[in-house]
Design a protein around this ligand. Structure first.
Ligand SMILES: NC(=O)c1ccc[n+]([C@@H]2O[C@H](COP(=O)([O-])OP(=O)(O)OC[C@H]3O[C@@H](n4cnc5c(N)ncnc54)[C@H](O)[C@@H]3O)[C@@H](O)[C@H]2O)c1
Length: 365
């Protein structure tokens, strides 16, 4: 099957979903790879590197979409991608459809088959294609939050890592999954005092045994309010797979938080877990509301495009090889959990929403 890799056009993007090394495996397996010119450039991969392994570079988005059936992207399609997508395409990328009913409708109108990376579930019930970018986003959240606390960024002038004779900065992490645990790891490394909140006692216990100095809490509205009122930095990292993010930090709490404190909502791609939060970008990183700095960038890992592209590429390559080498109908009946996972992850096909959880979420909107 012909594989196409368009240039990412979302603000601040620079990631490419497959590195030249990964493309080389696809080409060796007999799958022609087409890549839009400069798609890898901001991750440090030149067009020449792609051509040297046998991929073909094309100059326009339109030509790219005409050349290939399997479209592998990083972020959801935007205007020029949407104009070029057709019903023969299989779209494999992050889509976060539960937070974007308009995109669901557009994909249905086009008739494309859309398989969100974040809907692929592995043998252990984990989300192997969300995990790499959640790791990166978590790491970035703590570092970004720490820098927004500087006075020159509008913050309350706190160095998170305590210094002799001064108070230690306080970080609250909402969600102890992949993004939350990586945010926590960075915050601990910076020397902050960290509290983490989740509904899952096992995850909290595992983190406590790994980081004995943190405090863990079961998630309730009261606990979140109490912790956030003391926090310098709050990181939002909750997820209920396939659904719009639950709102765990209420506006009424934000209004009482410390002036110059910071919220980084990683869950913004699923609609955000902070009430009324607005999407920001790498160009307009944050805004201030009720004296609290809010940052909610839906493509945080693009900031470290090369690291992110390498990590994403390794995670998706086995799945791209399967998609390119087999029919979706065959995968449905496969004995391989990995092959069935791809079929089960289909969100939209032939004009209909086929994912039951997504159907439910769309009905609510
Ligand atoms: N902004 C970005 O650039 C970016 C990048 C990667 C991932 N993400 C997003 O980060 C979010 C988290 O992803 P993840 O991979 O860490 O998910 P995960 O499933 O590993 O972790 C989510 C955690 O949230 C917990 N949770 C659910 N409801 C809760 C509640 N009411 N209170 C407290 N905890 C609750 C779950 O128990 C789970 O431990 C997702 O929305 C994902 O799409 C964003």
């Amino acid at each position: 099957m012909k594989i196409g890799i368009p240039l990412e056009i979302m603000t601040g993007e620079g990631r490419v979903p497959l590195t030249p090394e990964a493309c080389s495996e696809l080409v060796d397996a007999g799958h022609p790879v087409f890549i839009q010119e400069n798609a890898g450039i901001n991750s440090g991969y030149s067009d020449q590197e792609y051509r040297s392994i046998g991929a073909q570079t094309v100059s326009s988005s339109d030509e790219l979409y005409k050349s290939a059936q399997l479209i592998v992207k990083v972020k959801q399609p935007l205007h020029q991608d949407i104009a070029s997508l057709g019903s023969d395409h299989i779209l494999f990328s992050y889509l976060h459809l539960a937070a974007d009913a308009a995109l669901v409708e557009t994909l249905c109108d086009i008739g494309v088959t859309a398989i969100p990376f974040e809907s692929v579930v592995d043998e252990s019930g984990q989300l192997p294609l969300l995990r790499p970018m959640s790791q990166v986003a978590g790491r970035i959240a703590a570092i970004r939050g720490a820098s927004l606390l500087f006075r020159n960024r509008g913050g309350r002038g706190i160095l998170l890592g305590g210094i002799d004779g001064a108070e230690t900065g306080r970080v609250v992490v909402l969600g102890a999954g992949t993004a939350g645990s990586h945010a926590l790891a960075s915050a601990v490394a910076l020397g902050a005092r960290v509290d983490v909140v989740d509904l899952n006692e096992e995850k909290l216990a595992a983190l406590k045994s790994q980081y004995p100095d943190i405090e863990t809490h079961l998630s309730t509205a009261g606990v979140i309010e109490e912790l956030c009122l003391e926090a310098d930095l709050v990181v939002g990292a909750v997820l209920v797979a396939g659904r719009r993010a639950p709102i765990v930090l209420k506006q009424s709490v934000i209004e009482k938080m410390k002036q110059g404190s910071v919220i980084v909502d990683i869950s913004i791609d699923q609609g955000g877990c902070v009430e009324n939060i607005k999407t920001t970008s790498s160009e307009n990183l944050c805004y201030t509301d009720h004296g609290v700095i809010h940052s909610a960038v839906p493509n945080m890992p693009a900031t470290v495009a090369r690291t992110s592209s390498q990590s994403l590429s390794s995670a998706i390559l086995p799945y791209v090889l399967q998609l390119a080498g087999s029919e979706l109908a065959v995968m449905a009946a496969s004995e391989s959990v990995q092959e069935r996972a791809l079929f089960q992850a289909i969100a939209v096909q032939s004009g209909s929403v086929v994912d039951k959880v997504l159907q439910d979420e769309i009905k609510k909107q």
